[in-house]
Design a protein. Structure first.
Length: 315
């Protein structure tokens, strides 16, 4: 039986960080292998217009931007494969990535696995998720709620953006937030709160998504944290936008993570992990900036680090 080949560099993830790392390592003739998970293109594929990525004065569709990056990576010799990394052995050399259907050997690894939407965990949320009225993506599902009332849970930029996007379709958008002011940037908050279709439901936490019996959302019960009073919002759609959880679990025993699960890079670097030749990039290692452009920047840094490491240790 022939032994499995050893990759120069394996990049895990196809968001902005992963694809930028692929463009750089591809251009360095390293023939990168990119492992693609369940959301090809990452979080930007679930966004509508990206207005703040430099170089696009008129904005660019999130899906289009990711497709452009993918084409650019492919042009420089990147290979793409579907694989879910379940665990790793970073004590071995080459490094081992244990996937559901095989083991991949790599001299260097760039982890750019991003982050997944956080859920509230309230009754009804799980039961009615996906096609039954609970969702985390207005861009994907907003059009299903034409002329209906919907609720967005959260107070950050995502919640404000989702609420504004939903005004294109919905008759009314309740913005349910647990405090009395939004965390979102001023421009987004002002835009959302000034919109005639958006009603802010302040100081309120969601307690139950109603409609499990019928198999479709019929309302969202919320509780005012100051008065304790409950109220049912008569909505057909519930959009959860309360932040994200980093996708770092398969690597957590091998690399340092903080209390929230984000990778903690070595001092003096944004991308160098505790294991030589293994780098982290993008939202899985960044809980502060979390922007497409900062993720791309980290992908670039990780690629340059990997390239130098391989040059020193034999590519
Ligand atoms: P975020 O800034 O972390 O905001 C999460 C929101 O959800 C907060 O308002 C938080 O409340 C609330 N929340 C958290 N857990 C909750 C729970 N269990 N129940 C109820 N509410 C809960 O997350 P984000 O909005 O996804 O934004 C993430 C990053 O991406 C930010 O840096 C943001 O600026 C950026 N972003 C930018 C854009 C843009 O520029 N167009 C668009 C989207 C996101 P508290 O406020 O009380 O903590």
């Amino acid at each position: 039986m022939s032994s499995p080949s050893i990759e120069n560099v394996v990049i895990i993830g196809t968001g902005c960080a992963g694809l930028t790392a692929a463009i750089y390592t591809g251009r360095a003739n390293l023939s990168p292998l990119v492992l693609e998970g369940t959301l090809p293109g990452g979080q930007l594929t679930t966004t509508s217009e990206v207005e703040n990525f430099p170089g696009f004065p008129h904005g660019i569709d999130g899906f289009q931007l990711m497709d452009n990056l993918r084409q650019q990576a492919t042009k420089f010799g990147t290979r793409f494969e579907q694989a879910a990394v379940l665990s790793v052995d970073f004590d071995s050399s080459p490094r081992k990535l244990i996937c559901s259907d095989r083991v991949i050997l790599a001299k260097s690894v760039i982890i750019a696995t991003g982050a997944s939407p956080r859920m509230t965990g309230i009754p009804g949320e799980k039961e009615l998720y996906g096609g039954k009225g609970v969702t985390t993506c207005a861009t994907c599902d907003g059009a299903f709620y034409r002329k209906m009332d919907v609720a967005v849970i959260g107070g950050g930029d995502s919640a404000a953006e989702e609420a504004l996007f939903l005004t294109r379709f919905a008759s009314k958008v309740y913005l349910v937030h647990r405090r009395d002011s939004l965390r979102a940037s001023k421009i987004m908050a002002d835009r959302a709160l000034a919109h005639p279709k958006i009603e802010a439901v302040w100081d309120s936490v969601p307690v139950e998504v109603e409609g499990v019996q019928q198999g479709a959302v019929s309302g969202l019960k919320v509780r005012n944290v100051k008065t304790g009073a409950d109220r049912v919002l008569p909505v057909k759609g519930v959009f959860v936008a309360i932040g994200h959880i980093p996708n770092t679990k398969p690597f957590a025993s091998a690399l340092k993570t903080d209390d929230d699960g984000y990778f903690v890079p070595e001092l003096g670097s944004q991308v160098r992990s505790q294991v030589p030749g293994v780098y982290v990039a993008g939202d899985c290692a960044d809980h502060i900036y979390r922007q497409a452009i900062t993720a791309a920047g980290m992908g670039c840094q990780a690629a340059i680090e990997a390239e130098r490491w391989l040059a020193e240790h034999g590519a």
